[in-house]
Design a protein around this ligand. Structure first.
Ligand SMILES: Nc1nc2c(ncn2[C@@H]2O[C@H](COP(=O)(O)OP(=O)(O)OP(=O)(O)O)[C@@H](O)[C@H]2O)c(=O)[nH]1
Ligand SMILES: Nc1nc2c(ncn2[C@@H]2O[C@H](COP(=O)(O)OP(=O)(O)OP(=O)(O)O)[C@@H](O)[C@H]2O)c(=O)[nH]1
Ligand SMILES: [Mg+2]
Ligand SMILES: [Mg+2]
Lengths: 277, 284
């Protein structure tokens, strides 16, 4: 029974703390501990090997998730940023524009949040800093009209991409989700195949509601990938495991700060190390 | 779970443990911090085991009653009691993580105080986020409350001090200071927040927290309490379907009242905190 000591009660409690504390949730925590227990028993894992095995498990679960931004077969790649209020959509839209520009691509930003106070102004400042043009209308206007104008502008100018910011919205507000559905349809009308990416911007400090958000948004507007923001804070972003497991959503980027350059491609190993603290 | 228990007469220790397992899962699912859940369940178990069986309740009802009572005790009193200064203006400083809802809440609180017959003044002391000042100015116009904006070359503490000085001459009896979002772990920004605090001596420092926050809320609350001192908490986006367990974690770790909740995007979506409603919401 020598090697089977790897997972004693104290170790299990400690592991539970690490996993639960990272917002993995009770179900995912139980599953991972179950897998570790099995491994410890069958492979006679030494106690000091357990953390690395756990890291490997988490990284393995997410290794297939990373992928680069899609490119439209022809015409501009249309990207829409969606998500609940305050998650980091506007800032991420700007970071993405900056990233694309640094890769030599031409892009423009669309201020399709026509509702929130000074939303277009906020994106306008970012557009200036990123050195890209902004398509905007007056506040209170129809957000779909902004989408339409921005996509047609990108087509007319032969740009590589257009990044559309949208207003924050709670997934349990049917009228707001319907508005988003309309914006997606309009993008498709302006440019067949658009939007090529619908990126759900998820705040890394979100709890279990993040899974509900992802499910409802995906159901409503066919989310194509995730961006996990604010990983530079103490937020761990563990909810992304449950989201990836439930929806097999790719994770394209992580936000690691408030500056234009603070966007990195998702890396499963780096994430697994960080999420386990 | 309560339905199943209610049918029973006497509860065995196994029944109590099973019920507590379900309570634990419900609370974790609701985003209550796992350490707070551990302590909570231990307290309930202790009371359930030790308590005299009351004639009027079945043992099952008694466990339910204990859970609700412990929740109420943790949740604290009904909110919305702001410490108004006997020497106006009362100064309220808002702080919290990026995107928590501070700027929106600043305007909501100003509107709420105005409707109560007070004369509020808003201060846009977030000099870091693009168009943060504009955002508060637009919101201020919408609620009919003036906004003190930064002058060139000012730091956040200067704008805040200006607003307090301006309040005396307006006159305004409450000054609400909006600040930039920041992580409690950011040493430089927490130092900046303390500088603002020390310059204006707020009567209330309110931590604005997202109701959808997960386990991290515990560390955030502790960090702000230790870093700048927190007098009260505001819970935003309660119109979401998040269970809001972060409220319990925050109460457990810093023992400060939750004073207000944000219940929507409109500027009138502000309400005093109701502990019983929050408790039922968390328990699901
Ligand atoms: N620390 C940190 N802050 C971030 C990150 N991404 C965004 N933020 C901050 O989070 C706050 C909210 O960001 P926004 O881009 O306005 O979020 P949003 O989703 O567009 O918000 P709404 O449009 O109001 O729904 C801002 O203060 C940003 O600077 C990140 O990766 N790290
Ligand atoms: N649904 C809902 N949205 C809210 C509520 N409070 C704020 N919001 C929204 O949340 C988003 C972020 O609000 P802000 O007031 O900009 O947050 P902040 O804390 O000032 O953000 P930073 O200054 O970047 O740290 C905006 O889209 C608001 O409209 C609320 O109670 N319910
Ligand atoms: Mg935005
Ligand atoms: Mg703000």
């Amino acid at each position: 029974v020598g090697g089977r000591r790897a997972l004693d009660a104290e170790t299990i409690e400690e592991l539970e703390g690490v996993l639960l504390g990272a917002d993995m949730g009770a179900a995912e925590t139980e599953r991972l501990i179950g897998v570790l227990r099995e491994a410890a028993a069958t492979e006679r894992l030494a106690p000091e090997e357990v953390p690395e095995r756990l890291r490997e498990l988490v990284a393995g679960d997410l290794r297939g998730a990373a992928r680069p931004l899609r490119r439209a077969a022809s015409g501009p790649t249309v990207v829409m940023m969606v998500g609940v209020n305050g998650s980091g959509k506007t800032t991420t839209a700007a970071k993405l524009a900056h990233l694309l520009r640094s890769e030599g691509a031409t892009t423009l930003l669309a201020a399709a949040d026509t509702f929130r106070a000074a939303a277009a102004e906020q994106l306008g400042v970012w557009a200036g800093r990123a050195g890209v043009d902004l398509v905007r209308h007056t506040a209170g206007g129809d957000p779909s009209a902004v989408i339409f104008d921005a996509v047609t502008a990108a087509q007319a100018r032969g740009l590589d991409s257009v990044i559309c910011d949208t207003a924050g919205r709670l997934h349990n507000k049917a009228n707001l989700m319907a508005e988003l559905q309309k914006m997606v349809r309009v993008a498709g009308r302006a440019c067949p195949g658009a939007p090529h990416e619908v990126l759900l911007v998820l705040d890394a400090s979100t709890g279990q509601n993040g899974l509900v958000q992802a499910c409802v948004f995906t159901e409503a507007v066919r989310v194509t990938g995730l961006v996990l923001t604010k990983l530079d804070t103490t937020a761990r972003g563990g909810i992304v495991l449950a989201v990836h497991r439930a929806l097999a959503l790719p994770i394209l980027y992580v936000g690691v700060g408030e500056g234009l350059a603070d966007l990195r491609p998702f890396d499963a190993d780096a994430f697994a190390t960080a999420v386990l603290g | 779970m309560w339905q199943r228990l209610r049918g029973k007469g006497r509860l065995t220790p196994e029944d109590v443990d099973q019920a507590l397992r379900e309570v634990r899962l419900a609370l974790l699912e609701a985003d209550v911090h796992f350490k707070v859940v551990r302590d909570f369940v231990a307290r309930v178990r202790e009371r359930a085991v030790g308590e005299e069986v009351m004639k009027s309740l079945t043992p099952a009802q008694q466990v339910v009653k204990i859970v609700h009572e412990e929740m109420q005790a943790l949740m604290g009193a009904t909110g919305a009691r702001l410490q108004m200064s006997p020497h106006p203006p009362t100064v309220i400083l808002l702080c919290g993580l990026q995107g928590a809802g501070k700027t929106t809440f600043a305007a909501k609180l100003a509107g709420w105080l105005q409707r109560q017959g007070r004369r509020p003044l808003l201060c846009a002391a977030d000099l870091q986020r693009p168009a943060a000042v504009e955002q508060l100015q637009v919101n201020g116009r919408q609620v009919g409350v003036p906004v003190v904006a930064p002058e060139p070359g000012q730091h956040p503490q200067d704008v805040a001090a200006d607003a307090v000085a301006r309040a005396r001459s307006l006159p305004a009896d409450v000054v609400i200071v909006d600040t930039a979002g920041r992580s409690q772990a950011d040493i430089e920004l927490m130092t900046e927040l303390r500088t603002v605090r020390d310059r204006i001596h707020p009567h209330e420092v309110l931590l604005v927290l997202d109701a959808m926050a997960g386990q991290d809320a515990l560390g955030v609350a502790r960090g702000f309490a230790e870093g700048v001192g927190v007098d009260g908490v505001v819970l935003t986006r309660l119109d979401s379907d998040a269970r809001g367990g972060a409220a319990l974690s925050v109460r457990a770790i810093i023992d400060r009242p939750i004073k207000f909740v944000g219940s929507g995007e409109r500027l009138d979506a502000i309400e005093p905190f109701h502990p019983e409603r929050m408790a039922s919401r968390i328990l699901g």
